[in-house]
Design a protein around this ligand. Structure first.
Ligand code: PEP
Length: 255
């Protein structure tokens, strides 16, 4: 059985007090959660400590980015080893996003650099949530499968089978992120099945069937159930709707 996952990507939102308020509110409503999916929150790195230190906070935590380098003169960067070191004892920090479309677009991160980030995370015992997804122009020119295939092959297919099993994939069509336009459940299912078939060709069916592939892009309480009902959609990477406890819990309960 593949793991079902609902992950909240907070991006560059929420200040310390808002982070604390979210957690206190979320914790007080834990009894409303009816789903057995794994819940992950990815706050800004500066607030990872706030989250890890909160009492009764047993939800998994992840970072939004890490450096492709091990260490050295890379001002402003945070290494995968630092993330690991940060929470070595309590082990709540399990994940890190890699290749979110905003990193690809605004920070010009290409597949080869992302492959290195994936390596650093795996070397340090953290699980990459590797994002892929086409822009509108690719879908309109019907090159979206080729585009996503290149992202998957160039970012992940250098991994050994056991390493790939540490990865969660998030398919996020760029035209659906933060725009209010969601991929239809058919469009999302079609791409998820395609990604799984690529993995099956390279690593075999058992590995392909063990990897969780999340959908992201304007996922909200109104459309989450239909998306999560699709056979190859194993959960969601949620942006805007993860910033409010109410909508986040409703999405978690959509499984
Ligand atoms: C995201 O940024 O990963 C995302 C899916 O954002 P939103 O849900 O706001 O579209």
């Amino acid at each position: 059985m593949r793991k079902k996952i609902v992950a909240g990507n907070w991006k560059m939102n929420l200040l310390d007090e808002e982070v604390i308020n979210f957690i206190v509110d979320f914790n007080s409503r834990k009894n409303e959660i009816e789903s057995d999916s794994e819940i992950i929150i990815l706050p800004a790195s500066i607030y990872l400590d706030t989250m890890i230190s909160m009492p009764d906070w047993d939800i998994k935590i992840g970072a939004q980015n890490c450096s492709q380098f091990n260490n050295g003169a890379y001002t402003g960067e945070i290494s995968a080893a630092m993330l690991r070191d940060f929470d070595y004892d309590s082990e709540n920090l399990h994940y890190c996003l890699v290749g979110h479309s905003e990193r690809r677009e605004y920070f010009n991160e290409q597949n080869d650099v992302l492959a290195e980030k994936v390596n650093r995370l795996i070397e340090n015992g953290l699980k990459p949530i590797y994002c892929c997804g086409e822009e509108l122009q690719h879908r309109e020119s019907e090159s979206h499968f080729d585009w996503v295939q290149a992202q998957i092959e160039e970012g992940l297919f250098h991994l050994k089978e056991e390493e790939l099993k540490q990865v969660v994939i998030a398919y996020e069509p760029v035209w659906a992120i933060g725009t209010g336009k969601t991929a239809t459940s058919n469009q999302a299912q079609e791409m998820h099945a395609f990604i799984r078939s690529l993995i099956a060709k390279k690593y075999g069916d058992a590995t392909a069937n063990s990897i969780s592939i999340l959908y992201g892009g304007s996922c909200k309480p109104e459309n989450a159930s239909e998306l999560f009902d699709q056979p190859d959609i194993d959960g969601g990477l949620i942006g805007g709707a993860s910033l409010k406890v109410d909508s986040f819990i409703q999405i978690i309960n959509s499984f």
